[in-house]
Design a protein around this ligand. Structure first.
Ligand code: SF4
Length: 432
């Protein structure tokens, strides 16, 4: 039989952001083990598929800075985890579901802390959900695409962070009740900065820092018809807010996509609560509205869903305590003084944590599992290079609305996947 020269993958899933676009067409030169052509992906998706030969790739496992093989590195990692009293296992939103599961088992077995990058980005949203002041009006992306005719991005700029979000799920696609696609929809952007969305938005409301909650509260009052003593400071463009609220009320179906501009802002708790109240008021006034948090990393939803299924909590668990979940005590930034080793999987806390917190990682042995060199790999005692999930290793990931999708192995690779590395560590920890 003739050797296959070219392979076409018709519906590959892009493993960069949580849109998980599943219509990517890839042609592979099988003999050269190389991607020849990529269709349908956005520019950052293309970069991800083409990142296998990046200069920043980690070439070999390292122990204390010296190159070694996987087996020796796994033995060293097991040694570190056996002697640690309270290890931290952190990151995991760029890993497949099975790798997340094994990492969770390691945390349980070692009585350590398990946390994911979600706890830094979206923790205040969960606090609001858990205190249950307002219902959480939510829908899957397919329902939003079919129905929504008023689309609001609040503190989000998908053109930069999720470039195909508008064309696949919100503004441009044809939906059951938006048969003319973009012609049947209105885009509204509310943000602190003039983002790229301004040019294509029907309404663009630019806020000053700290104004999100004020504007949401004002809109809620207008939706409720409560205009008594409606005095706002001169800085707010009341006329625009009144017209905008009127538009919101007249929607057939509306969605507010919430971005990190709201979820991670200084006044996030007030802002989130005020936007929840606005969505509640709109629904009670008879207009269907849903709230949809924009998730970043490609499998952040897998990480959250695994934890909810296995423990009932969304992030930040300390298995050394009686109360394993206690925000403010068990999430990653609360435990850095107490943990005595760390396993970092597909994350770069040395860059993303506040500097004072990041420095604490330098006081303990750190095991890093990542395809690429980062500032965190520089402080690692044990370093594992991995295959890139969704390009060099298959797996399961959950789209930002919780739909599970299979990621393909497109190219052959000499690297182990993060799942295989974590399984190697776990098996030795438990069995040997
Ligand atoms: S929008 Fe996200 S998932 Fe879709 S192609 Fe771009 S990077 Fe990939």
């Amino acid at each position: 039989m003739a050797e296959e020269k070219e392979k076409i993958i018709e519906a590959a899933v892009c493993p960069f952001c949580a849109c998980l676009c599943d219509d990517i067409v890839i042609s592979v030169d099988v003999r050269g083990n190389e991607i020849k052509e990529i269709r349908n992906a956005c520019r950052i998706g293309v970069q991800k598929f083409r990142s296998t030969r990046n200069e920043g790739r980690i070439r070999k496992p390292r122990v204390d800075g010296k190159e070694t093989n996987y087996e020796t590195a796994i033995q060293k990692a097991v040694e570190i985890l056996r002697t640690a009293k309270n290890p931290l296992i952190y990151g995991l939103c760029n890993s497949d579901y099975h790798a997340q599961h094994v990492a969770l088992e390691i945390a349980k077995h070692t009585g350590g802390v398990y946390d994911i990058t979600e706890s830094i980005c979206h923790n205040l949203l969960y606090s609001e959900l858990m205190n249950g002041r307002y219902p959480f009006y939510y829908a899957l992306l397919d329902e939003i695409r079919d129905n929504a005719n008023v689309i609001i991005y609040w503190g989000a700029n998908p053109i930069v962070s999720h470039p195909r979000h508008l064309s696949r799920y919100s503004v441009y696609p044809i939906g059951r009740y938006a048969l003319k696609g973009v012609m049947d929809r209105e885009l509204i952007t509310i943000d602190l900065v003039d983002s790229e969305l301004k040019k294509i938005s029907r309404w663009f409301l630019r806020l000053k820092p700290g104004e999100d909650a004020k504007i949401a509260e004002l809109m809620t009052r207008l939706v409720n018809g409560d205009t008594s003593g409606l005095a706002v400071d001169n800085e707010i463009d009341l006329d625009t807010v009144v017209k905008l609220t009127d538009r919101l009320k007249k929607a057939f179906y509306g969605v507010i996509f919430l971005g990190l501009g709201v979820l991670s802002s200084e006044d996030a708790p007030e802002n989130i609560a005020a936007i929840f109240a606005l969505v509640d008021a709109l629904n009670k006034s008879g207009t269907r509205y849903v709230l949809f948090p924009m998730k970043g990393h490609f499998n952040v939803m897998g990480a959250v869903m695994l934890l909810l299924r296995e423990t009932g909590y969304p992030f930040g668990l300390d298995f050394s305590r009686d109360r394993v979940f206690e925000p403010g005590k068990t999430t990653v930034l609360d435990v850095l003084d107490d943990v005595d080793a760390a396993v970092i999987v597909g994350a770069d806390p040395y860059s993303s944590f506040p500097a004072e917190e990041a420095k604490k990682l330098g006081n303990m042995p750190v095991i890093v599992i990542d395809p690429f060199e980062t500032p965190t790999t520089l402080i690692s005692s044990v370093l594992f290079p991995t295959a890139i999930t969704g390009v060099e290793a298959e797996g399961i990931a959950y789209r930002m609305d919780g739909l599970p999708l299979k990621l393909d192995k497109i190219l052959e690779s000499a690297y182990l996947s993060d799942n295989e590395i974590l399984e190697g560590i776990y098996r030795r920890l438990v069995l040997l």
